[in-house]
Design a protein around this ligand. Structure first.
Ligand code: AMP
Ligand code: GLY
Length: 424
């Protein structure tokens, strides 16, 4: 088979490494890819929103399956465009990717089908939203309706902050048209967990759980980022919680989407908060998480292509997922200044240390190949993942491997997986 992967981050590198293990695959292409992906795939310089060029490329290369990684092309309908051209694609169609593309849609869906989530109201003008804040309890959470690079969520402790937030989202359009509508919701407390699942429109199969670290600095301080590190599995995601989520959240979500005439085929990422009143959905994503994929996929024993084809064909009921009985930790190496201002173009050393090691991975996120070598080319540069027999050993291995890599302005959190120490 010939497989095309769409995207250029650490997530797509992790997908590419899993695809490479499939005996069914003879050739991998990636658009646009990065310097790490280029080691396993032939990359072409086409951007993820250039649908016509992607379709043309897939036809020309006789691609058997296209895997769409990021949210923007999924929400924009790349899968539909590929299917209209008679090509097979893994990922939700536009009418299903709205589960991530519109927070107002996903909240309404959860309310309609009784799926546990934070209480909320939707607003399409600033005046009503501001009036609502007069009587609302603080802290409170403001969410721009549409995609905002993971930055459209504001947690406000005071009414002044919240009023400013409403203005930023709805009047100043800080997140562009994503802020034409907004959701204001109850602030939940608890431990967060990310659960990735495969869906074929009817059946859902649950992958091993993970936990992300979104803030830029240690002790969850600093600005929100795309994710500074992950571990899998989450020891806080117990069998009891898993049973509850399967019955009350996962299958009901898939059934609800089918009932709405929007069958979801692809990956649903459930962002959950484990509250005192039980697990609640914080958000849905219509794709693998980044950097969740970097700890979940290396632990998956299945042939990823078989699972993805089952999602496309509606035969996922015949597949059972299997994960290694171990743990993985991913530490993101960023450029100092991320997520605000940072420099690019610094030479990266030590990448070769990962070659030939089975339990260590260096996933490229923002890198570029130049004549002098591979250089930094983004805020998040690399994701260093290591496995181990348990979380503590995996974490020690990951931090050991972080030392193998060097580049100017290298920055990472030193406490990824610290929560593990709380487990008795
Ligand atoms: P989202 O993009 O919806 O995942 O939100 C980004 C982050 O904001 C989440 O990972 C949570 O840490 C936080 N968050 C979102 N919704 C809530 C909520 N209702 N209560 C508390 N924290 C939240
Ligand atoms: N790591 C969170 C996300 O991919 O949205």
């Amino acid at each position: 088979m010939k497989v095309l992967i769409v995207g250029s981050g650490g997530r797509e590198h992790a997908i590419a490494m899993s695809v490479e293990k499939s005996p069914k695959v003879e050739k991998i292409y990636c658009v646009p890819g990065n310097a790490g992906i280029a080691q396993v795939a032939e990359c072409a310089d086409i951007k993820v929103m250039e649908f016509d060029r992607i379709v043309e490329f897939a036809k020309e290369k006789e691609i058997d399956l296209t895997i769409v990684g990021p949210d923007d092309p999924l929400v924009g309908g790349l899968v539909d465009a590929l299917e209209e051209a008679g090509l097979r694609a893994f990922g939700p169609r536009k009418n299903a990717a709205i589960l991530e593309g519109s927070k107002a849609f996903s909240k309404e869906l959860m309310k309609k089908y009784g799926i546990p989530t934070a209480a909320y109201e939707t607003f399409d003008n600033a005046a009503d939203a501001l009036k609502y804040l007069d009587t609302a309890k603080m802290p409170i959470v403001l969410k721009a309706d549409g995609l905002a690079l993971g930055k459209g969520v504001l947690i406000c402790n005071t009414k002044d902050e919240a009023r400013n937030g409403v203005k930023e989202i709805m009047l100043d359009k800080k997140f562009g048209t994503a802020g034409n509508r907004m959701v204001i919701e109850e602030f939940l407390t608890g431990r967060e967990v990310s659960v990735l699942t495969f869906c074929d429109g009817k059946t859902i199969r649950v992958m091993s759980s993970a936990q992300d670290h979104k803030r830029a600095q240690d002790n969850d301080e600093g600005l929100n980022t795309g994710g500074m590190g992950t571990f899998s599995p989450s020891p806080f995601y117990t069998d009891e919680i898993d049973r509850f989520c399967r019955e009350k959240i996962y299958q009901p979500t898939v059934d609800a989407m089918a009932k709405e005439g929007r069958p979801f085929q692809g990956v649903i990422f459930f962002g959950l908060m484990l509250t005192e009143d039980g697990p609640k959905v914080l958000e849905y994503n219509a794709r693998f998480g980044d950097p969740e994929a970097q700890v979940v996929l290396p632990r998956m024993k299945n042939d990823i292509i078989e699972v993805m084809e089952a999602c496309v064909d509606g035969t996922l009921d015949r597949i059972s997922l299997e994960f290694e009985d171990n743990a993985a930790v991913c530490v993101v190496l960023a450029s100092k200044g991320y997520p605000l201002k940072y420099e690019r173009g610094f030479l990266i050393s030590g990448l070769e240390s990962f070659q030939g090691r089975r339990s260590y991975y260096v996933f490229h996120a923002g890198t570029r190949k130049t004549s002098k070598g591979i250089v930094t080319n983004g805020g998040r540069v690399l994701g260093v993942t290591a496995k181990g027999p348990d979380l503590k050993k995996a974490r020690a291995n990951a931090y050991k491997a972080v030392e193998w890599i060097d580049f100017e302005n290298k920055y990472c959190r030193s406490d990824i997986g610290k929560a593990i120490d709380e487990v008795k």
